[in-house]
Design a protein around this ligand. Structure first.
Ligand SMILES: C[S@@+](CC[C@H](N)C(=O)[O-])C[C@H]1O[C@@H](n2cnc3c(N)ncnc32)[C@H](O)[C@@H]1O
Length: 284
């Protein structure tokens, strides 16, 4: 038997309490998706009866959410930096914390300069695309080791009408010899392989390769920072997202490579999240 909007939402929110910190919001997003209406419609017409087919598809989505499957995978989309991106289980669901990395990168890039930027581990392409969209004169390169991520990122770039050079690459290994960049950005995998966090919430549904680089959690950061001087132009900047407890380790790695102006920015939860260093120009 079908339900009306408000009772369907109450039922779904109650079900999803077990798997989500935002059960009511999840319920609203899934129901507005089934109805093909904005969320505001749910508040305007709480007593409207759902059609049988809508109620059935809503129930099916709620059951998938309980697996748990992230809402972004169920909807096939996610907002990031005020833009809508297609999502798929091949790629990490873009996180709000990563918007901080984009903001910091934009601060490094004057509007009118055709600088070269590389986004390592691009996933759905959100960082690279947000940068190109906001700084159209940039030449943007984006790598990922996973071809399925690159296919998704290419689709997203097409949707947003931006040109980006996507390269299948194990970090720097697939870049053209002699490539250098004014800015390298990355949100790499950084959770230690045995961290209990990996078994919590929606994380088991996301690609392991996007979350954990190995036993210490620092393997990818180590490679990205360690090899970056070969790929940065003199005076170039590296911006890298990391775990809240990795600030000191990342600062040590940057110092060991003679980076200067090393700083760490804090996310909206006041946790150290994105570190930055500039490669000193010879003779400065
Ligand atoms: C934490 S996700 C970040 C995705 C996206 N940049 C974002 O911020 O939403 C890390 C990404 O790094 C990619 N990755 C993992 N190992 C890699 C490697 N060895 N070389 C290149 N990319 C890698 C994963 O496929 C994944 O897309």
């Amino acid at each position: 038997m079908s339900e009306q909007i408000d009772t369907a939402l109450r039922w779904a929110a109650e079900q999803m309490e077990t798997c989500s910190d935002s059960a009511r919001l999840d319920a609203e997003l899934l129901l507005s998706h089934c109805l093909e209406k904005p969320r505001s419609y749910l508040y305007s017409w709480p007593a409207e009866k759902l059609s049988d087919s809508c109620w059935l598809s809503f129930r099916a989505l709620v059951h998938r959410r309980l697996e748990p499957t992230p809402v972004a995978y169920l909807l096939g989309k996610r907002e990031f930096f005020s833009m809508e991106f297609a999502t798929s289980p091949a790629a990490l669901v873009p996180r709000p914390e990563t918007e901080l990395l984009v903001e910091l990168a934009l601060n490094e890039i004057p509007l009118d300069q055709p600088l070269r930027v590389c986004d390592l581990g691009t996933g759905a392409g959100v960082i690279a695309i947000a940068l190109k969209k906001n700084r159209p004169r940039l030449r943007v390169y984006a790598t990922d080791v996973d071809p399925a991520c690159l296919a998704l990122a290419r689709d997203n770039a097409l949707t947003h009408g931006v040109e980006i050079d996507f390269i299948e690459s194990d970090w720097y290994a697939g870049l053209a010899p002699g490539s250098t960049f004014d800015l390298i950005v990355s949100n790499p995998p950084y959770i230690a392989a045995d961290h209990p966090f990996l078994t919590e919430g929606d994380l088991p549904a996301e690609p392991a390769i996007a979350l954990s680089p190995g036993n210490s959690g620092l393997e990818a950061i180590d490679t990205i920072v360690g090899e970056s001087p070969r790929y940065l132009a003199p005076g170039g900047v590296l911006l890298i997202e990391h775990g809240y407890d990795q600030q000191a380790a990342v600062a040590d790695l940057l110092q060991a490579r003679d980076f200067v102006e090393i700083r760490c920015a804090f996310d909206h939860n006041d946790l150290p999240r994105v570190s930055r260093g500039r490669l000193d120009e010879p003779g400065r």
